[in-house]
Design a protein around this ligand. Structure first.
Ligand code: ATP
Length: 225
């Protein structure tokens, strides 16, 4: 059997107001694969990703993820905290207490991986949305993340930058054996993944081959319009 990068079994999560956001959810992402998580607004995609990252604690169920885990938010301004590109990527390494030379080497390598080496000294405010997302991804690469969780990372990007980002994340995770789960609403992004899950009202209702799920959702969208 293939090794598993992300495993979830019978997961249940309700908010303090009693609203159930995740219901009896079980899924597995094979190690080294790039999967996507689909579903309408409010179906529980962000909640599930936050549970996987340990940012929320479930009421019951099991979560198995290979550490370390990297997280990329929809809005990079919510996660980039340092004034420049290089400093931000280095900031993620603080807890590892590495020698300065090792930090420099990791930052340089990670920025190279996302094609931002030339922008190491650039202020974060002077980056485009796509470049900011690449800095966030470089932070995960520098920390040698086994798992990369991305919560609608293209939501604020124009269509060209959107497809650039998804293509480069696919290349990156494939070349490094990272297991990735990417939340999206955009069906054209499905062309880049190995498989996809469909959430409805907190429950997983479908999973499998991306093209089949794309056809299923295109039909649903056509019926709705
Ligand atoms: N902090 C919170 N407190 C209470 N309820 C919340 C909180 N965050 C989200 N919810 C509720 O949990 C449910 C799932 O929300 P979630 O954000 O996970 O959905 P989503 O599929 O990611 O939606 P979207 O595509 O709009 O981002 C929704 O009903 C939402 O209103």
């Amino acid at each position: 059997m293939a090794e598993v990068g992300i495993a979830v079994k019978d997961l249940n999560f309700s908010w303090p107001n009693g609203e159930t956001a995740i219901k009896s959810c079980s899924l597995e992402v094979p190690r080294g694969e790039f999967w996507m998580l689909l579903g309408t607004n409010g179906s529980g995609k962000s909640t599930l990703l936050r549970l996987l990252a340990g940012l929320l604690a479930p009421q019951s169920g099991e979560i198995g993820v290979l550490p370390p885990v990297g997280f990329v938010f929809q809005n990079p301004d919510h996660q980039l905290v340092m004034p420049t590109v290089g400093a931000d990527v280095a900031f993620g390494l603080v807890e590892e207490k590495l020698p300065v030379a090792a930090v420099r080497a990791r930052v340089d390598e990670a920025l190279g991986a996302v094609n931002l080496r030339a922008l190491q000294l650039r202020p974060i405010y002077a980056l485009s949305g796509g470049q900011k997302q690449r800095v966030a991804i470089a932070g995960a690469i520098a920390r040698r993340c086994e798992i990369l969780l991305l919560d609608e990372p293209t939501a604020l990007l124009d269509p060209d930058s959107q497809l650039d980002l998804v293509a480069s994340v696919r290349r990156l995770v494939k070349s490094r054996g990272i297991t990735a789960l990417w939340v999206t609403h955009r069906l054209d992004e499905l062309n880049y993944c190995d498989g996809a899950f469909l959430l409805e009202k907190g429950s997983l209702v479908d999973r499998g081959e991306p093209q089949r799920l794309k056809e299923r959702l295109t039909e649903v969208n056509n019926q709705a319009s």
